[in-house]
Design a protein around this ligand. Structure first.
Ligand SMILES: Nc1nc2c(ncn2[C@@H]2O[C@H](COP(=O)(O)OP(=O)(O)OP(=O)(O)O)[C@@H](O)[C@H]2O)c(=O)[nH]1
Ligand SMILES: [Mg+2]
Length: 321
């Protein structure tokens, strides 16, 4: 994988965005091809508090992209670099995906300190849950101190992606029921920071009060902060960044950051083991036959699974002998 090393050097040295795009494509392709081989860029983790992964989630149209765009501006004002991953779980294509966001963030694309990339992972091996951590690890290894991950899409996938960030920002809007929606989607537990964006709209006070009472009910001794923003004007975005900076420092000092990252790595390991196993199982000569027999009702699914697992263990033992 000398090629990969050369690309990595070009990104580390000159912030060659073309080289970075090629590296991400390599990761994507290896997942799309169901190629479990070493991509060669996931080797070691850099030191713990040199970077932070911030995930943004919330209802469609809540203003996540506008907010991320503004946050890029604030981070750049503080002369730090930032990478943005826009994750589109519904599309098998990257590049054209999330066109609107591309346009929105276009002002930053000529800035060498900003890297924006959309990641479309439907149909890939393990989908999002495997691709996102790999690409995040790549971005972190080439030295981006801020990695912002925005998801488009709804429901389950959002929550899944939430698990891939150090700090999760849940974006709500003023208006009846938004916080109720968030709580139904399981986002209340996942939130480290709440943003009430579109604070220029009516209903701000009510939404804040709803949210606060919901958090009270949750009874956490350490409820997440609530930041009000108007992403279109940038109002409140500096405050959001301050709050992220503070939280990141606190989490690093308390050990929470490394605890979360350790958990994430173990989850990733488990997913990869599952994927590896199912791939190996599917490759067994017997797999097709067992599937047919299960479909026909001749064998129960459990007996079929047991038979295939036994076969796999046997073939593993043979190849080792
Ligand atoms: N009035 C007002 N409009 C906003 C604000 N923030 C974003 N918008 C508008 O809301 C619309 C949706 O914003 P986006 O940033 O695309 O929202 P999103 O959450 O990224 O949307 P998806 O990616 O489709 O889920 C756009 O028309 C924005 O201009 C705000 O603070 N106030
Ligand atoms: Mg968006």
């Amino acid at each position: 994988m000398a090629d990969v090393d050369a690309l990595l050097e070009r990104v580390r040295g000159a912030r060659d965005k073309g080289a970075l795009a090629r590296l991400i494509s390599l990761v994507e392709r290896s997942l799309a091809d169901n190629d479990f081989g070493e991509v060669g860029i996931g080797a070691a983790e850099v030191e713990e508090d040199g970077y932070a992964v911030i995930g943004f989630t919330g209802a469609p149209g809540a203003g996540k992209s506008t907010l991320v765009d503004r946050l890029i501006g604030s981070i750049r004002t503080r002369e730090q670099e930032v990478a943005v991953l826009a994750v589109d779980p519904s599309s098998p294509f990257s590049g054209g995906a999330i066109l609107g966001d591309r346009i929105r963030m276009q002002a930053h694309t000529s800035d060498p300190g900003v890297y924006i990339r959309s990641l479309a992972t439907r149909g890939h091996l393990g989908g999002l849950s495997v691709a996102v951590p790999e690409v995040v690890r790549l971005l972190q290894r080439v030295g981006y101190p801020w990695i912002l991950v925005e998801t488009v899409g709804v429901g389950q996938v959002e929550v899944e992606v939430v698990g891939e960030a150090d700090i999760t920002v849940v974006v709500l809007n003023p208006g009846w029921g938004d916080s109720v929606q968030a709580s139904k989607a399981g986002l209340m537990e996942a939130a480290d920071v709440f943003v009430i964006n579109k604070a220029d709209r009516p209903g701000l006070r009510d939404t804040r009060r709803d949210l606060e009472s919901m958090l009270d009910l949750g009874g956490s001794p350490n409820p997440p902060p609530i930041v009000e923003t108007v992403a279109t004007s940038g109002e409140g975005v500096g405050k959001l960044l301050d709050s992220l900076v503070g939280m990141r420092a606190e989490m690093a000092a308390s050990g929470e950051l490394s605890r979360r990252r350790g958990e994430r790595r173990v989850r990733e390991l488990e997913r990869l083991i599952q994927l590896g196993w199912s791939r190996e199982l599917a490759r067994l000569p017997l797999a097709g036959l067992v599937r047919e027999r299960v479909a026909a009702g001749a064998v129960t699914p459990r007996a079929g699974a047991q038979e295939l697992l036994r076969q796999m263990l046997l073939s593993g033992a043979e190849s080792e002998a």
